[in-house]
Design a protein around this ligand. Structure first.
Ligand code: NSS
Length: 433
C-alpha cells in the first residue's frame, strides 16, 4: 500500500503494510516517530517503540506493518500507523542532505536531492505538463514523429552548437527538430515531436539550459494566425489540466494559481514596434556592447531577458510579441509582405516577468529568398542541400513553433531557477550527476 491510501477513515483500526524510506525521524525515550516516504513521495507517520527504531537512520529503507489510527495530531493528514512489525531492507549511511543546504550541494547530490518533497512536487507537475502537452496534439489530430538528434547543420545560429566527432567527420547535437519536421509535413500533415534540444549557452541565466525538452510542431498551409491559435490553445489546455491534476503539489510549493486559472485563449498580440515603444516610454535601455555599454532601446533591437521581464511584469496572462525584425531572427523566418524587414514570427511571453516560452511563425518558402538569407547569415547553403529541396519540390506556405518544457514548468511552478524544473540539469558548469 502507499501512504496516501492508508489515510482513509475506513482503514482506521485495520492492519496495513507500507514500504518506503525514513524521511524524517524523531526518537524519544519510549517511542519513535518515523515519517515514512513511499515510492511516489507520499508520507505517513509511523509510531514504533524506541527499541525497534534504534538502528534506523534517515533514508533507511523499511517496511512497516501496523494498525491505522486516525489522530488529528498526526502530521500530514491526521492518520498514522502504530507499527507492530518493522522489516529493514537497508540501513542508510549518514545522509549528506539535511534540512538547510546550499544550492550547489543540492546540485552535486542531485541523485539524492530528487528525494526531497520539493523536487518530487515539481517533477509530478512536469509529468502532467508533458502528458497534457502530448494529449493536446493527439486529440487535435497532429501526428507524433521523431527527428534525429545528431545533425550536420545549425538551426538557431552557430554560436550555440555542440560539436561532436561522428566517425570521420564533424556533426552537431540538434538545436531544434524544426528543419526535419518541415520535411515531414509534405506527406504527414501537421506533425509534432518532443525531444531534447541542445544549446551551448555560454551565459548563466535562470532560464537557459544546455539540454532542454523541446515540444515542437509544424503544419502545412498554416498562417501565422493559425500557429498562434494552436500555441495559445495548447498552453491553455496544458495549464488548466495541470493545475487541476496537481493542486496538491502546487499548494505544497505555495504557488498561488489565481493567475494560472485565467490562462485561456486568446492571448494579447503586441506588435514588436509597440513593444519597443512601451519600453522606450519607460526609459528602458539595451546593452549594445560586450563591455555592458547601454543606450535607449530602439526599433530593430532584439528583446533581452530584462526587456521581456519589463513587458510582462504586470501581466497576468501570456502575451505574443508579433513581427520581430528579420535581422534578430534566424534565416528560416518568412518576411511579412506588408511590413518589409519584419518577420511573420512571434514569441509567447509568460506573465509576471517569466518571459519567452515559445517561438514560432511562418517559414520562408521561396528558394531564392531563403538561399539569400542563409548567405547573409554566413551559413553555407551546401550544408542545407536536403532542406533546400523542400523549396524545390512542391513548396507550400507552412509554419510551426517550439515550446521549452522547462520554461513552461518554471512559470507554472513559479520556481526561480530553471535548473529546478529538471532532475539532472545540464548547464555550462555541469554535466554531472
Ligand atoms: O530557439 S527557439 O526560440 N526556437 C527554435 O528553436 C525553433 N526552431 C522552434 C520551432 O519553431 N520549431 O527555441 C524555442 C523555445 C524557446 O521559446 C524556449 O522556450 C526554449 O525553446 N529554449 C530553451 N529552453 C531552455 N534552455 C535553453 N537554452 C533554451 N533555448 C530555447
Amino acid at each position: 500500500m502507499r501512504a496516501n491510501e492508508v489515510k482513509s477513515p475506513e482503514l482506521a483500526g485495520k492492519e496495513v503494510t507500507v514500504r518506503g524510506w525514513v524521511h524524517r525521524l524523531r526518537k524519544q525515550k519510549e517511542n519513535a516517530f518515523v515519517l515514512l516516504r513511499d515510492d511516489r513521495g507520499g508520507v505517513i507517520q509511523c509510531v514504533m517503540s524506541a527499541d525497534k527504531a534504534a538502528p534506523l537512520t534517515i533514508e533507511s529503507s523499511i517496511e512497516v506493518t501496523g494498525t491505522v489510527s486516525q489522530d488529528a495530531r498526526a502530521p500530514e493528514g491526521g492518520f498514522e500507523i502504530k507499527c507492530s512489525n518493522l522489516k529493514i531492507y537497508n540501513i542508510a549511511a549518514e545522509y549528506p542532505i539535511g534540512e538547510y543546504q546550499s544550492d550547489e550541494l543540492l546540485l552535486d547530490k542531485r541523485h539524492l536531492a530528487l528525494r526531497t518533497r520539493r523536487m518530487i512536487a515539481i517533477t509530478k507537475i512536469r509529468a502532467s505538463v508533458l502528458q497534457h502537452g502530448r494529449q493536446w496534439f493527439v486529440q487535435n489530430g497532429w501526428m507524433e514523429v521523431t527527428a534525429p538528434t545528431i545533425v550536420k547543420g545549425a538551426v538557431e545560429g552557430g554560436s550555440t552548437l555542440f560539436k561532436l566527432r561522428y566517425f570521420d567527420e564533424d556533426a552537431y547535437l540538434s538545436q531544434s527538430a524544426q528543419l526535419y519536421l518541415e520535411a515531414m509535413i509534405f506527406s504527414l500533415g501537421p506533425v509534432w515531436s518532443l525531444a531534447p534540444s541542445f544549446r551551448a549557452e555560454k551565459s548563466r541565466t535562470v532560464r537557459h539550459l544546455a539540454e532542454f525538452s523541446h515540444l515542437e510542431a509544424e503544419a502545412p498551409w498554416f498562417t501565422l494566425d493559425d500557429i498562434l491559435k494552436a500555441e495559445e490553445q495548447l498552453v491553455s489546455y496544458v495549464i488548466q489540466n495541470t493545475i487541476k491534476e496537481r493542486a496538491e503539489e502546487l499548494a505544497f510549493l505555495k504557488r498561488d494559481v489565481t493567475d494560472l486559472k485565467k490562462v485561456e485563449p486568446p492571448f494579447e498580440r503586441v506588435p514588436y514596434g509597440k513593444a519597443i515603444e512601451i519600453l522606450r516610454a519607460r526609459g528602458f535601455q539595451s546593452v549594445v556592447h560586450e563591455d555592458g555599454a547601454k543606450r535607449a532601446i530602439e526599433f530593430g533591437d532584439d528583446l533581452s531577458i530584462e526587456s521581456e521581464r519589463e513587458l510582462t511584469k504586470d501581466a497576468d496572462r501570456p502575451i505574443f510579441v508579433v513581427g520581430y525584425p528579420l535581422a534578430v531572427k534566424p534565416f528560416y523566418v518568412k518576411e511579412d509582405p506588408d511590413r518589409p524587414g519584419l518577420g511573420l514570427t512571434a514569441d509567447m511571453l509568460a506573465p509576471r516577468g517569466f518571459g519567452e516560452i515559445t517561438s514560432g511563425g511562418q517559414r520562408e518558402d521561396d528558394i531564392n529568398s531563403i538561399t539569400a538569407r542563409m548567405q547573409k547569415e554566413g551559413l553555407d547553403p551546401n550544408a542545407y542541400e536536403w532542406y533546400l529541396d523542400l523549396r524545390r519540390y512542391g513548396s507550400v506556405p507552412h509554419g510551426g513553433f517550439g515550446l521549452g518544457i522547462e520554461r513552461l514548468v518554471r512559470w507554472i511552478t513559479d520556481v526561480q531557477d530553471i535548473k529546478d524544473t529538471v532532475l539532472f540539469p545540464r548547464t555550462m558548469s555541469r554535466a554531472s550527476p
